[in-house]
Design a protein around this ligand. Structure first.
Ligand SMILES: NC(=O)C1=CN([C@@H]2O[C@H](COP(=O)(O)OP(=O)(O)OC[C@H]3O[C@@H](n4cnc5c(N)ncnc54)[C@H](OP(=O)(O)O)[C@@H]3O)[C@@H](O)[C@H]2O)C=CC1
Ligand SMILES: O=C(CO)COP(=O)(O)O
Ligand SMILES: [Zn+2]
Length: 347
């Protein structure tokens, strides 16, 4: 990524019912002709069909693809369907948005992000997290040209998704500590402004933790705006560094080793508790903040066997090796991993 260039969304629409304006918003952005809507199996009914109807009413010809996993195979599936398409819209959770964003980037087509849940900070980011044989790669992508975040759709989504998004933001705490460490040890490029904004976003979520409640439009709005802000930080930094450190490596490792992983943000939240302990910081503060928003803080709450937590801790350092973190180059021994998970009451 070119460090001299910052790419940001041009328009951000948030509020109850904005998804019904999808067609008009795309016309106002001067798009016309054929567009592609990418959704997931559930989100097609929840929001995809409304977006498609709005686009058709505005005179667009609409193609639609449903994807499951965030893999290069799904990206290729979307690319195959792009034929004279002027715009790709990703209507769904983080995986759908990443697949649609990556396919649009590879084909040189604009992309609009239409999140159906406040579950991840990829909503407005210029990265796509795509799984490959070795885990998850954070790929360079174009920033969405627009975001259409309907807080009524997001309010009605399972609360677990919103709590997961808040945990993804809280993980900025240890991501920043890891980034600073890599800057000090390896002279890695570091942006004070990106780090400050990332931390401020995480602090804001923790400050509002008691106001984040199930079914409230206000909670959906607060979470989605914070996630957009965290995504913009990723744009400023030119990498996901300010929002992804050792706690994300732990989550990516769990995705590989656990037979049934939990949600991305949930795993990152639990990882943040443990990585904060490794950094010698106030891990109880992180744990209590997560508990206040009803995000998981233990293996049992993640629904993951303690054995996989230990295994993920021992292999986390092997993921994205170029990203130096508190896990170092050698990672944790099994004994150290078990002790860490026990001390922090994760297992
Ligand atoms: N690019 C970036 O910068 C970032 C990317 N990520 C990535 O994002 C992904 C995590 O996103 P996340 O959203 O947690 O996971 P998913 O995209 O897997 O979504 C989780 C589930 O929630 C469902 N869902 C979404 N919206 C609703 C709704 N309104 N009502 C009911 N169900 C709904 C999805 O349905 P369906 O089955 O239809 O999809 C899916 O089954 C990870 O792959 C992570 O790596 C995370 C942070 C940053
Ligand atoms: O999840 C992210 C930020 O929250 C981005 O993560 P990765 O760069 O680790 O894929
Ligand atoms: Zn994340």
């Amino acid at each position: 990524m070119d460090p001299r260039k910052i790419q940001l969304p041009r328009e951000i629409h948030t509020g109850p019912g904005v998804i019904e304006d999808t067609g008009r918003i795309c016309s106002d952005l001067r798009f016309e002709g054929r567009v592609m809507v990418v959704t997931g199996p559930r989100t097609l009914k929840i929001a995809g069909e409304t977006a498609i109807e709005s686009l058709q009413d505005a005179g667009f010809e609409v193609d639609q693809v449903t994807v499951g996993d965030a893999t290069m195979a799904s990206v290729a599936q979307v690319q195959d369907g792009l034929n004279g398409t002027s715009l790709v819209l990703g209507v769904g959770g983080g995986k759908v948005i990443d697949v649609a964003k990556m396919a649009a980037t590879l084909e040189g087509v604009h992309f609009i992000s239409v999140p159906t849940a406040a579950s991840h900070d990829g909503i407005a980011s210029p990265r796509a997290s795509i799984r490959n044989g070795e885990g998850t790669a954070s790929l360079e992508a174009s920033s969405p040209i627009g975001v259409i975040a309907d807080t009524e759709v997001i309010r009605k989504a399972p609360f677990r998704l919103l709590a997961s998004g808040c945990a993804d933001i809280i993980s900025n705490y240890t991501a920043i500590m890891d980034w600073k460490l890599a800057h000090r040890l390896l002279n890695e490029r570091y942006s004070e402004s990106a780090a400050a904004l990332s931390l401020m976003t995480a602090k804001m979520i923790i400050k509002s933790a008691d106001a984040i409640k199930e079914g409230l439009e206000e909670s959906a709005r607060l979470a989605v705006k914070s996630l957009i802000s965290s995504g913009i930080v990723i744009s400023i930094a030119g990498s996901s560094r300010p929002a992804s450190g050792s706690e994300h490596k732990f989550s990516h490792a769990l995705d590989m080793v656990a037979p049934e992983p939990a949600l991305h943000g949930e795993q990152c939240g639990v990882g943040t508790i443990m990585m904060m302990h490794l950094h010698g910081g106030d891990w109880r503060f992180i744990r209590d903040a997560l508990a206040r928003i009803n995000a998981p803080t233990t293996a049992a709450e993640l629904g993951i066997d303690p054995e996989y937590i230990i295994e993920a801790l021992t292999v986390a350092h092997t993921i994205r090796k170029e990203r130096y973190t508190i896990l170092g180059d050698r990672g944790l021994t099994r004994e150290a991993a078990e002790r860490l998970a026990k001390i922090t009451e994760v297992i």
